[in-house]
Structures are given as structure tokens and as C-alpha cells.
Design a protein around this ligand. Structure first.
Ligand code: NAG
Ligand code: NAG
Length: 243
């Protein structure tokens, strides 16, 4: 009797364990996060932050498998990042997904993103492996070129005049026809929050979907600053969307 009970308990434990494993690897959609290097470096205190030569525009932060409850991470620890696998696209990655922390190795950002998010994305055949995962991300960066989208409606980086957050959000939402997520960082040296990252949400067919409201939104001000690159000549017209 006791024996059957023990066996039943073991089976139950196994069932719970496999359910947990399945839950850990499951995901419904992808968050594609891009960052604005001038703002990332302006607010970075812990690490030396340098924008590599040749880098301009918005750069990739990551492509993150997500579901309603959150996002799975580190799904396959036996799949280490293999630098040789991304050699065919290394030039594009250096420009579009650069590591801004100059004291860390060139590959460390990609390695981190692969282990934390890429190994979870790999459960989808279209993202299985480093080359597919990073290659798809580069494609998405070209498809959702935020600099171009913002420029098209008159938003140019501008140090001294802020933009109305709602205008920036509406301009992107109208062009993409889906809800996006904007995030800021707060830095004492600047009066307004700095526009730091913009996320779009993508389904498993790689079509754009609405980002859910609860995904982080951290621009707690009506105005935001879209900081120019350090060497960028500011346009005299910049910031003209200030009411
Ligand atoms: C984990 O990674 C290893 C090494 O690439 C691979 O052989 C294995 O199929 C992966 N496991 C899962 C569940 O994807
Ligand atoms: C906005 O959030 C930042 C960081 O959380 C905080 O330091 C700042 O005081 C907040 N500003 C307002 C206007 O709530």
C-alpha cells in the first residue's frame, strides 16, 4: 500500500516537473527591443560606454520570447554561444547590434542575449541556432528602422528642446498600425527623461502585433529628450514638435 503511494507520488512529481519545464520553454510572441545609444551611454554610470565607430541610428537590444505571464529565460544551458556561427553576419551585427560597454569583450552582449533569450527562441525552427536568431534580428532592425520612421514625421534628435511623448508614440503607432512600447531613463543632468528604448511586438509569423499595455513604460513625463549622437550636427529645426 505504502509502496503504491510512493510510486504515485513519484509519478506526480514527474508530471509536475515536466509541466514546469514545458512552461519554462513556452512562449507566445517576441518583443523586439531597440535602444538609442546616445541615451544608453548618457545614463550609464557603472561601465565605460562607447559608441563604436560606424554605429548610427537605433541599435538592437534583443529579441525576447515572451508570453502572457512573463518571459522564459536561459532555456538551454547546454547550448553555449558559438562565435563562429555568426561569422557570415558579423559586420551587420557590429553595426546594428553593437556592444557599447567597451571594457567587455566584443562578443559578450551577444553571448548574454543568446544564453538568456536565444536559447528560448530556439524552440521555434525559424530561430533555431545563433545564425537564424541573430540574422532574423538584423532583418527586423531593417524592417523597423526607428530612426527613419521618426525622421519621416519630423522627429530629429535634439539636445535642447524636448518632444511631446504622446506625439512620438502616436507617430510610430500610426505608421506601424500597432501599439509599441517606449521606455526612458532618468538622468539628473537632463530636465526631461531621455528616450532610451522602443519595443515592438511580433507574433510567430513575424507579423507585428499590439504590445500589451503592461509591458514596461517608464517615461513618466509628458516631455522626453531625444538626445543626438555626440558628433551629430543638430538641425536648427529640431524639437519643433514642442507645442
Ligand atoms: C539544447 O542544446 C543542445 C546543444 O545545441 C541541443 O542538442 C538540444 O537539442 C537542445 N535542447 C533543446 C530542448 O532544444
Ligand atoms: C520619474 O521616475 C524617476 C525614476 O523612477 C524618478 O526619479 C522621477 O522622480 C520620476 N518623475 C516624476 C515626475 O514622477
Amino acid at each position: 500500500m505504502k509502496d503504491i503511494f510512493t510510486k504515485a507520488l513519484i509519478v506526480l512529481k514527474l508530471l509536475i516537473f515536466s509541466a514546469l519545464v514545458a512552461a519554462k520553454e513556452g512562449w507566445d510572441f517576441l518583443v523586439f527591443a531597440q535602444q538609442w545609444p546616445p541615451a544608453v551611454c548618457a545614463t550609464q554610470k557603472k561601465q565605460k560606454c562607447v559608441i563604436p565607430e560606424g554605429v548610427d541610428g537605433w541599435t538592437i537590444h534583443g529579441l525576447w520570447p515572451t508570453d502572457k505571464k512573463g518571459y522564459p529565460t536561459f532555456c538551454n544551458n547546454s547550448w553555449p554561444f558559438e562565435p563562429s556561427s555568426i561569422q557570415p553576419i558579423i559586420d551587420a551585427l557590429k553595426l546594428k547590434w553593437p556592444n557599447l560597454f567597451s571594457k567587455t569583450s566584443e562578443y559578450s552582449f551577444w553571448k548574454h542575449e543568446w544564453k538568456k533569450h536565444g536559447t528560448c527562441a530556439a524552440s521555434d525552427d525559424q530561430l533555431k541556432g545563433e545564425l537564424k536568431y541573430f540574422g532574423k534580428s538584423i532583418e527586423l532592425r531593417d524592417e523597423y528602422n526607428l530612426y527613419a520612421l521618426l525622421q519621416k514625421v519630423g522627429f530629429f534628435p535634439c539636445k535642447d528642446k524636448p518632444f511631446v511623448l504622446k506625439y512620438v508614440e502616436n507617430a510610430l503607432t500610426l505608421q506601424l498600425n500597432k501599439k509599441i512600447k517606449i521606455a526612458c531613463t532618468h538622468e539628473k543632468a537632463y530636465q526631461y527623461p531621455l528616450l532610451t528604448s522602443i519595443n515592438v511586438c511580433i507574433d510567430k509569423n513575424f507579423d507585428l502585433i499590439d504590445c500589451e499595455d503592461k509591458l514596461v513604460q517608464s517615461c513618466n513625463s509628458s516631455f522626453i529628450t531625444y538626445l543626438p549622437y555626440p558628433d551629430e550636427k543638430e538641425l536648427t529645426e529640431c524639437g519643433c514638435m514642442l507645442m
